[in-house]
Write a protein that binds this ligand. Structure first.
Ligand SMILES: Nc1ncnc2c1ncn2[C@@H]1O[C@H](COP(=O)(O)OP(=O)(O)OP(=O)(O)O)[C@@H](O)[C@H]1O
Length: 238
C-alpha cells in the first residue's frame, strides 16, 4: 500500500469533518472521492498532505508513519497535489512555473530538472505552450498547468482536487485523456471530483464521503448502483 489512513479524525470546533476515516490505496491505483459539498473531501487531502494535523488516527505513506510530519517533508517524500483554483505565477511562462514547482521536489540537478520539466510538459500536452505566460492560458491549459505543477514536485502519489470543474464537455474529455495517460504510465492518483463521468472514466475505485465518514468504497459501477449513494447524490443535486 502506498497510503493508509487508519481511524483518522478531525474536528473544527464541534464540527467533525473526518470521522474515523480508514482506507488504503495500493501502488498504481486511481481512487476517486465523491460526496456532497462540505462532506470533508478537501479536508481529507489537507490531512494527507500535512497541511492540517488530525486529532487522532494514523497516516502512513510508503510504509512510514507520516502523521506528525510537516507538509514540506511529505512533498519531498512524494505527495503531490493540485488545487481546486489554479494559482500559477501569472507573469511567468509555463516552463518557469514548472521549474519553480520542481525546486520544491526532491533535490535534483538543474539538468535533471530541465529534463523532467520537458517530459512533464509533453505528458500534460503543454510543450507547445512552454514559453507562453501562464496568465494568457485558456482554462483547460490552466488546469493542465496545475496538473503539471503537481507532477513537477516528483510525486509518487498525485492528489487532484476538483480539476475538471468549469470545463466544457470537450475540454473535460481532453483533460481526462491527459490524466488517463499519467495513470497509464503508473501514477497512483486520488481524485476528488464532482464531474462524475470524468472521474469514472479514470478511477478503479470510488470512495464516498458524507459528514466526514466513509459511507461506501468499491468499484465505481457497484458504488453508483447503491441506493444510499444515489440518495446522497439526489440530495446534493436537489
Ligand atoms: N479551517 C477550517 N476551519 C473551520 N471549518 C473548516 C475549515 N476547513 C473546512 N472547514 C469546514 O469543514 C467542512 C468540510 O469542508 P471541506 O472543504 O473539507 O468539504 P468538501 O467536501 O471539500 O466540500 P466541497 O465539495 O464544497 O469542496 C465544511 O463545513 C467547512 O466549512
Amino acid at each position: 500500500m502506498i497510503l493508509t489512513l487508519t481511524d483518522v479524525t478531525k474536528s473544527f470546533g464541534a464540527l467533525k469533518v473526518a470521522d474515523g476515516v480508514s482506507f488504503s490505496v495500493p501502488q498504481g491505483q486511481a481512487l476517486g472521492i465523491i460526496g456532497p459539498n462540505g462532506a470533508g473531501k478537501s479536508t481529507l487531502f489537507n490531512l494527507i498532505t500535512g497541511n492540517i494535523a488530525p486529532n487522532s488516527g494514523r497516516i502512513t505513506f510508503l510504509g512510514q508513519d507520516v502523521t506528525q510530519r510537516p507538509a514540506m517533508a511529505r512533498v519531498r517524500m512524494g505527495v503531490g497535489r493540485s488545487f481546486q483554483i489554479p494559482q500559477p505565477f501569472e507573469g511567468l511562462t509555463v516552463y518557469e512555473n514548472l521549474a519553480v514547482a520542481a525546486s520544491f521536489g526532491q533535490g535534483r540537478s538543474e539538468a535533471a530538472v530541465t529534463e523532467d520539466c520537458i517530459a512533464i510538459l509533453r505528458d500534460t500536452e503543454l510543450l507547445r505552450l512552454a514559453n507562453t505566460q501562464a496568465g494568457a492560458l485558456s482554462l483547460l491549459d490552466r488546469k493542465r498547468l496545475e496538473l503539471a505543477r503537481a507532477m513537477a514536485t516528483g510525486p509518487k502519489l498525485l492528489l487532484l482536487d476538483e480539476i475538471a470543474g468549469g470545463l466544457t464537455e470537450g475540454e473535460c474529455q481532453a483533460l481526462v485523456a491527459t490524466i488517463k495517460g499519467l495513470h497509464a504510465r503508473g501514477m497512483t492518483i486520488i481524485w476528488i471530483e464532482h464531474v462524475l463521468h470524468a472521474l469514472t472514466a479514470v478511477v478503479e475505485r470510488l470512495l464516498v464521503l458524507d459528514f466526514g465518514k466513509v459511507i461506501a468504497l468499491g468499484a465505481p459501477t457497484e458504488i453508483m448502483a447503491s441506493k444510499e449513494v444515489r440518495e446522497i447524490y439526489l440530495g446534493m443535486e436537489a
